[in-house]
Each structure stands twice: as structure tokens, then as C-alpha cells.
Write a protein that binds this ligand. Structure first.
Ligand code: SPV
Ligand code: MG
Length: 305
């Protein structure tokens, strides 16, 4: 198998990462966001670029998700990694990437803790936090209502948003409210009512989540939400919607599309196969084709050679 040359990694520091997300939202119709659960992942995301006749195509921002952050550390996605623990990972990502970062903070926890965490994230240079309207023991949303997850009351969640917005120091940091009504069976009307309530409470954006493989409900939500709020950022995480293109989400009014777990899911099968091949063959020759040449890994991170 031919291996592409390792990317030229560019390590830049951007002190105003949160401002740059707002600027990107103001100037682009839709943003591409990809997960980064480790610094090496952030380097890969940062350097993924395609030259096109219309210009250079790249990811606009990074996603620090609870699922990949927990999985990469061998932990379940149940909120066991608290946000303070995840901040040290985020700091390391910021050392190698200049992209704005959106952080998945599960439900945000108690409103009182959320206020403190908003300040901590903002101080670190995180551009946006996304919190989901669930309460109690958290499970991954893709498991749906069967996992016994409970939705927070709209009033209590709106209060949490209000308190978070009041806690932030500047105007750039964004709090995005994630609605679980479609995942937990509360339906479209509930989802739309919550969206309006959360925007009223000060949310800078809405993320609508779905775990169906048919995009119809997500696209209907976008159409109906956009009829009320043309200017509020609308976010989706289309993990189960692999066939729907970025352009189609953008056409339906989404402004942020997050590819939330693909780099981890891509790495895992390759690592597993290599581990098995070395056991099976008693040498590494058969596994080498799936591995990056050692010369390339020595050149991957600036300063190694
Ligand atoms: C995550 O990436 O951690 C998310 C998105 O919260 S999902 O896994 O689809 O719930
Ligand atoms: Mg999550």
C-alpha cells in the first residue's frame, strides 16, 4: 500500500479562538468540524487540506466529544471523565492546533458547576460549549430512550443556559443548547418548543440530535426552526447519516456539521488488525503495509528530527 507523505504540520497559536468561531459563522454558510480526542488527532485534522479550483478545503474547527475522549481513555461515555480532567487534554490540543474548538460538556452538570465551567472553558480559549438537555445518569445519545435516559425540563435547562451566559466574561464564547427530544421520543413539536425557549434563554446556537438513519426528521426540524430563527447557529452530528452530504445539510440551513467520532473509529480497526497480524505471523512484515513508514512518523511532529 502506498503511503502519502506526512503532512506539513503547522503549529500556530491563536489567542482569540472563540472570536474566530464567531467570525467563521458570520462569513461562511456552513462549517465543517471534526473530532480531536488527542493532540495527534488535532495535528491530522489541522493538516487535512484539499486543493480545489475554488480554493482550499479544510476543517474549520475541532470537536472535543465525550464519546471519543472517554473511549480513547478506555472509559465509558457516562460522564465519568469530568470536564476538569478533559481540560488537560484540551490544553494539549491547543499546543498543536490553532483551530477553534467546540466542547461537548454532556448536560453541563449542576447549573452552579456549569457557571464555573463556562469560565474555565472560556479562559482556556474554547470557542463554544454544547450542553444537552438531559438529567441524571448519562448514557450516549445514540443508545436512545432504551438506555433509560431522561430529558431535563425546559424551564430548568433554560435556567442553566441563562446562568451560563451570565457567567461568561466576554461576548465571544458561545453556549449551544443540544436538544434530545428526537432521540428520547418526545417528538418534533417538543423539540421546536424547546429550541425557541433555549434561544429565548440566551443560547447562541441549537444542536438538534437524531439517532435515526433517515435524515427526514433532522431536515424537517431545520426547516421549521429556520422559519423562526434565520440567524441562530444550527448544529448537527450526523453519525448515523453517512449518506447525507455536507452540502445537503448546508442547503437545509445547518451552519455547523460535526463529524464526531470518525478519526477514532478509523484508527481502531487499523490498530487491531496490526496487533493481530504480528501475533499471527510472528513478525511485522505483513503488518507493515497498514503502518506508516517509520521515516514518516519521525517527520510527523515538528522538532522530532
Ligand atoms: C459525542 O461525540 O460525544 C456526542 C455526540 O455527544 S453522540 O455520540 O452522537 O451523542
Ligand atoms: Mg457526548
Amino acid at each position: 500500500m502506498a503511503h502519502p507523505a506526512p503532512p506539513e504540520t503547522v503549529v500556530r497559536r491563536t489567542p482569540r479562538r472563540h472570536a474566530s468561531l464567531r467570525e467563521l459563522l458570520a462569513t461562511r454558510s456552513c462549517l465543517r468540524v471534526i473530532e480531536a480526542h488527542s493532540p495527534i488527532c488535532a495535528i491530522i485534522a489541522e493538516s487535512a487540506r484539499i486543493e480545489q479550483h475554488a480554493g482550499c478545503l479544510e476543517y474549520d474547527a475541532l470537536w472535543s466529544g465525550s464519546l471519543t475522549d472517554a473511549t480513547a481513555r478506555g472509559k465509558p461515555d457516562t460522564g465519568v471523565l469530568d470536564i476538569r480532567h478533559r481540560l488537560s487534554n484540551i490544553d494539549e490540543i491547543f499546543e498543536v492546533s490553532s483551530k477553534p474548538l467546540l466542547v461537548d460538556a454532556d448536560s453541563g452538570g449542576y447549573a452552579q458547576h456549569f457557571e464555573l465551567n463556562v469560565r474555565a472553558l472560556e479562559r482556556r480559549g474554547v470557542a463554544a460549549v454544547i450542553i444537552e438537555d438531559k438529567v441524571g445518569f448519562k448514557k450516549n445519545s445514540l443508545l436512545g430512550a432504551a438506555a433509560g435516559q431522561v430529558q431535563e425540563s425546559p424551564a430548568a435547562f433554560s435556567d442553566k443556559i441563562r446562568r451560563g451566559k451570565a457567567a461568561q466574561a466576554g461576548g465571544d464564547f458561545m453556549i449551544i443548547a443540544r436538544i434530545e427530544s428526537l432521540v428520547l421520543g418526545a417528538g418534533m413539536v417538543d423539540a421546536l418548543q424547546r429550541a425557541l425557549a433555549y434561544v429565548e434563554a440566551g443560547a447562541d446556537g441549537i444542536m438538534i440530535h437524531s439517532n435515526r438513519t433517515d435524515p427526514a426528521e433532522l431536515l424537517e426540524f431545520a426547516r421549521r426552526f429556520r422559519a423562526c430563527h434565520a440567524g441562530v447557529a444550527l448544529v448537527c452530528v450526523p453519525t448515523r447519516l453517512a449518506e447525507v452530504s455536507f452540502a445537503e445539510f448546508a442547503r437545509h440551513g445547518f451552519q455547523v456539521v460535526i463529524y464526531a467520532n470518525h478519526l477514532l473509529r478509523a484508527a481502531y480497526p487499523a490498530m487491531r488488525e496490526v496487533a493481530l497480524a504480528i501475533l499471527r505471523q510472528g513478525r511485522t512484515l505483513e503488518a507493515e503495509a497498514r503502518c506508516m513508514p517509520v521515516e514518516d512518523i519521525l517527520r510527523l511532529v515538528p522538532g522530532t528530527c
